[in-house]
Structures are given as C-alpha cells and as structure tokens.
Write a protein that binds this ligand. Structure first.
Ligand code: ZN
Length: 170
C-alpha cells in the first residue's frame, strides 16, 4: 500500500476525460489500485479521490464522507449520474488545488449507478456533502475541476490566487 503523489491543477492528466475501467483487462490491478487510492485519500484528509489525481485516466473514484464520523467507503467504477434534484451552493475544495476554496453550485440530491470493487453494479442516492462528492469526483473523470464550475469573474480571481498557491505545491 502506498501513499501516492496527488497531481495538481495544470497537469494534463486532470484535463483529459478518462476511459472506462475495463474489468476484463484490468481486474488484477484493481485491488492494488484501490488500496493506493484509499491510502492517498486518507493521508491527504480528503473525502474523495479520482484516479486522474494519481495520474491515471481511468474511470475509478473513491469516496468517504464519514457520516456520523464513521467510515463509509464507496468505490465508484464507471459511475454515472442517474438523476439530480435541487440546487445548493457551498464551499468546495480539491486535493489537486490545495489551499483554494470557493462556493460552487451543485445539485442538492443525486442518484448514481456504479460498479463496486467486485464489478457488481449498484445504485446509491446522496444528499449534501455526499451528493457534492459524487458530482466532484465524476467531474474529475470528465476532465473537469470545481473551478471550471465558477462564474467567469470568479474564475479570473481564482487563476490569480492559483499562481500564488502553486509555489507551495509539491
Ligand atoms: Zn478534486
């Protein structure tokens, strides 16, 4: 199990849409990949991590928003959003843009379908932080960061902030 370096804003792998995970071809690599993703996410104190954040353009993400302070691990392989409802604007951050937080409008309730670590299809609904995490991580798999969801004026402000922050990133 390894804690991996998290890719940062500006790196190509975060801008590219990821390819579907192919269980036939990649199944044997999945346990190690997921172990590394969980280790990396927890070490960075994140609530979610997508494969492009460890340098892989494949549609795999992990989420644990720790409801009631207890672990609740969700493995999302080839996830898709089935339905969304409502709207909520809340502060959001990203392990790939450390130090930056901004309010982002997201759907308040989201239902997704994905495959788990065994390749079994499941559906799950989330609201609040979990709904936000679903949308944030699926955005990563589509090559988008949360700052791409900001209004133009905020994006300009944020790009200046990122210039200053970048000097501190590893
Ligand atoms: Zn992120």
């Amino acid at each position: 199990m390894s804690v991996l370096r998290i890719t940062k804003h500006g790196e190509e792998v975060l801008k590219k849409p990821s390819k579907p995970f192919d269980f036939g071809a990649m199944k044997k690599d999945l346990p190690a990949l997921l172990r590394d993703m969980w280790a990396t996410m927890y070490a960075a104190r994140g609530v979610g991590l997508a494969a492009p954040q460890i340098g892989l353009n494949v549609r795999v993400a992990v989420i644990d928003v720790r409801p009631d302070d207890k672990p609740q691990r969700l493995t999302l392989i080839n996830p898709e959003i089935l339905s969304k409802e409502g709207e909520l604007q809340e502060e959001e951050g990203c392990l790939s843009i450390p130090g930056l937080y901004a309010p982002v409008k997201r759907s308040a309730r989201v239902r997704i379908r994905a495959m788990d670590q065994h390749g079994r299809s499941y559906e799950v609904a989330g609201q609040g932080l979990l709904a936000r995490a679903f949308q944030h991580e699926i955005d990563h798999l589509d090559g988008k960061l949360f700052i791409d969801r900001l209004p133009l004026g905020d994006r300009l402000k944020v790009s200046r902030l990122i210039k200053d922050l970048r000097a501190r990133w590893a």
